[in-house]
Ligand binder design. Structure first.
Ligand code: ZN
Length: 505
C-alpha cells in the first residue's frame, strides 16, 4: 500500500477546513476550503439544473424508448454515440463519449432496472454539454482534461418491467465473474477496453435507510468498494474515497446529515468490487430518498450536481488534498431504520388484555400492467417497541386506543353515488371500510379516507404483512384519527378529508 499524501500536506488541508464537527446526534457538518471543493460552482450547477433538465422525463418509470429519444437528439460534433450491444430482449445499450482528455471516466447507470435516478441525471448532463450556457468555460476545461464515457440504462429490459433483475431474472451486480448476461459481458468488455481511470457505479437504494443512528434518511449513500477481503486501501481506492469526500461536502449544503456510507465488506461477484480490483478508481452512488420526493426529482438534481462536481475535481486534481480520514466520518448506512408511518405507543386490546405498541406501516408500490405508474398498497411492516426506528410520518398515540374500523355495507353501485357519500360522517361513526360490488380502479382509491373494496370482510388483524383500516379513539369515545391503507386522516381536518374525496370525481 502506497502512502497517500505527505503528512505536511494533509495537515495543511486539515487547517483549511472546519471538518468533521459532530453535533449531539453524531451527525456531521463538513466544510472544505473553496479551493479544494468549489462550492460556488456546485451551487451554480444545482440552481441551473431546473433550466437544463430533460423535461420529457418527470418520474421514475420512464423506459428505454425515452432514453433512445434523448440520445437521438445528441449533437455528433460534441458526442460520440455508439451502440455497444443489446440486452437479452434486443434493446440497444449505448456508449456515449464526450471529451478528448487523457483521464478516462466511465459511468454506468440502472444496472438494476428499478433504479433510475442517475439515468435521469445523465440525460440532464447531456443537455448541459449540448446546449450553450454560462458554463462554456468549465465545459471546455472538462472536455480538455477528461474523456467521459456514459452507459445510461445498462439494464433496459429490467427498466421496462421496473424490476431489479434483467430479463433472465439475473441480478447483473452478481454476474461480474460468471458473466452469463449480455449486459454484464458488455460492461466488462467496455471497462477492459477503456481501462478507465474512474468508474461511477450508479444505483438507487430503498427509502428505509438512515444515515447512521440519526433520525435522517440516507438520501444518498456512497462506497469506494473494497477490492479484497482485507479491505486494503491502495492509491486508487484512496482516490475514490477522496472524490466521495468532496461529493459529501457538497451534499451537506443541501441535505445536511442525510448522507450515508455502505459497509465495505468485499462482495466477490459484484461489479463495483471487481472494477476496483481491476484498477479503476470506483465509486458507488446510491440514491435513497428524501421526504416528499417520491419520484426522486430532487435526488436527480443532486446527482447532476455531484457528478459534475466530481468531473471538475478529477480534471483539476484538487481532491488529492482532502484527508482520507474524512471518509470514515460519513456515518454508515443503517438499513430498515425508517418506516413510512409510525404510530407511537398506541393502546391496543387483544384477547381482553391491554398492550402499548408502536405500529409501523410501509406504503408498498403496486405497478400497473405497463409498469408506467403505480398505486399504494400498504402493510404493517413492524410492531412492538420501535423506539430505534424513525417514520416519515409519526403519530403520537399515547393517549389513544387503536380499534378496528367497521365495514359500511352500502348499496352504492356507481361512482356517481360513491362521490355523494360523506366520508367524515362514516369515519365519526366508526366506519373505515366501504363495501362496493364493483369498486373503481385501485389507483383511484388508494389514498382515500375510506377503504373501498369488494371484500366484505377486509383485514382487521394487527399483524405484520396485514393492512387493517383502524381508528384511534379518545378517552371520551370519539375518534381522533383514521388509518386507511397506511395513511393518516385527522378527523378534525374536515377540509383535507373532503378534498381527498373530491379527487374521486
Ligand atoms: Zn442497485
Amino acid at each position: 500500500m502506497k502512502l497517500f499524501q505527505s503528512l505536511p500536506l494533509l495537515f495543511i488541508a486539515y487547517l483549511f477546513c472546519s471538518c468533521g464537527n459532530t453535533d449531539k446526534t453524531g451527525a456531521q457538518d463538513i466544510k472544505f476550503d473553496g479551493e479544494v471543493v468549489d462550492f460556488e460552482l456546485a451551487d451554480d450547477l444545482y440552481k441551473f439544473h431546473d433550466q437544463i433538465k430533460n423535461k420529457t422525463i418527470v418520474n421514475r418509470r420512464f423506459k428505454h424508448k425515452d432514453v433512445v429519444a434523448a440520445i437521438q437528439d445528441l449533437d455528433p460534433s460534441i458526442f460520440e454515440v455508439r451502440t455497444a450491444g443489446q440486452s437479452i430482449e434486443g434493446r440497444d445499450i449505448f456508449l456515449i463519449k464526450i471529451g478528448q482528455g487523457a483521464k478516462k471516466v466511465l459511468l454506468w447507470s440502472q444496472m438494476h432496472g428499478d433504479e433510475p435516478t442517475a439515468t435521469m441525471a445523465i440525460l440532464d448532463i447531456f443537455n448541459f454539454f449540448q446546449q450553450k450556457n454560462q458554463f462554456q468555460e468549465l465545459k471546455a476545461a472538462l472536455l480538455n482534461e477528461l474523456s467521459i464515457y456514459f452507459i445510461p440504462m445498462l439494464n433496459p429490459d429490467g427498466a421496462e418491467r421496473f424490476q431489479r433483475r434483467n430479463a433472465l431474472g439475473v441480478d447483473l451486480n452478481r454476474d461480474a465473474l460468471r458473466l452469463q448476461s449480455p449486459e454484464a459481458q458488455l460492461l466488462k468488455k467496455i471497462r477492459d477496453s477503456l481501462d478507465a481511470d474512474w468508474g461511477f457505479n450508479l444505483h438507487d437504494q430503498n427509502r428505509y435507510y438512515a444515515a447512521g443512528h440519526n433520525p435522517h434518511t440516507a438520501s444518498i449513500s456512497f462506497l469506494a468498494p473494497a477490492y479484497n477481503f482485507e479491505k486494503e486501501v491502495n492509491q486508487e481506492r484512496g482516490e475514490a474515497m477522496q472524490i466521495i469526500i468532496a461529493m459529501n461536502g457538497v451534499l451537506q449544503e443541501y441535505i445536511p446529515n442525510m448522507v450515508g456510507r455502505y459497509s465495505d465488506a468485499f462482495e466477490p461477484r459484484a461489479f463495483g468490487d471487481n472494477i476496483q480490483k481491476w484498477g479503476t478508481r470506483t465509486i458507488l452512488i446510491e440514491s435513497g430518498s428524501i421526504k416528499d420526493d417520491r419520484e426522486k426529482q430532487r435526488l436527480r438534481q443532486l446527482n447532476f450536481t455531484i457528478l459534475l462536481t466530481s468531473f471538475n475535481e478529477i480534471a483539476k486534481g484538487a481532491y488529492q488534498k482532502l484527508p482520507l480520514g474524512l471518509y470514515d466520518e460519513i456515518p454508515f448506512n443503517n438499513s430498515d431504520a425508517f418506516q413510512d408511518l409510525i404510530i407511537r405507543k398506541a393502546n391496543v386490546k387483544i384477547n381482553d388484555q391491554d398492550y402499548k405498541i408502536d405500529l409501523a406501516f410501509r406504503h408498498g408500490e403496486i405497478d400497473n400492467e405497463e409498469n408506467t405508474d403505480y398505486h399504494f398498497r400498504s402493510f404493517i411492516s413492524d410492531l412492538g417497541d420501535l423506539s430505534t426506528q424513525h417514520g416519515y410520518i409519526e403519530l403520537d398515540a399515547e393517549s389513544l386506543t387503536l380499534v378496528p374500523g367497521k365495514v359500511y355495507s352500502s348499496k352504492v353501485r356507481s361512482l356517481k353515488r360513491l362521490i355523494k357519500i360523506e366520508p367524515l360522517d362514516l369515519l365519526k361513526a366508526g366506519y373505515t371500510n366501504l363495501f362496493m360490488k364493483d369498486p373503481p380502479e385501485a389507483d383511484q382509491i388508494d389514498q382515500l379516507p375510506l377503504r373501498i373494496s369488494s371484500n366484505e370482510t377486509p383485514d382487521i388483524e394487527i399483524a405484520v404483512g396485514k393492512n387493517p383500516s383502524m381508528l384511534l379513539q379518545q378517552s371520551d369515545g370519539t375518534f381522533k384519527y383514521a388509518i386507511v391503507n397506511g395513511f393518516v386522516w385527522d378527523l378534525d381536518d374536515e377540509e383535507s378529508i373532503r378534498r381527498a374525496w373530491g379527487n374521486l370525481e
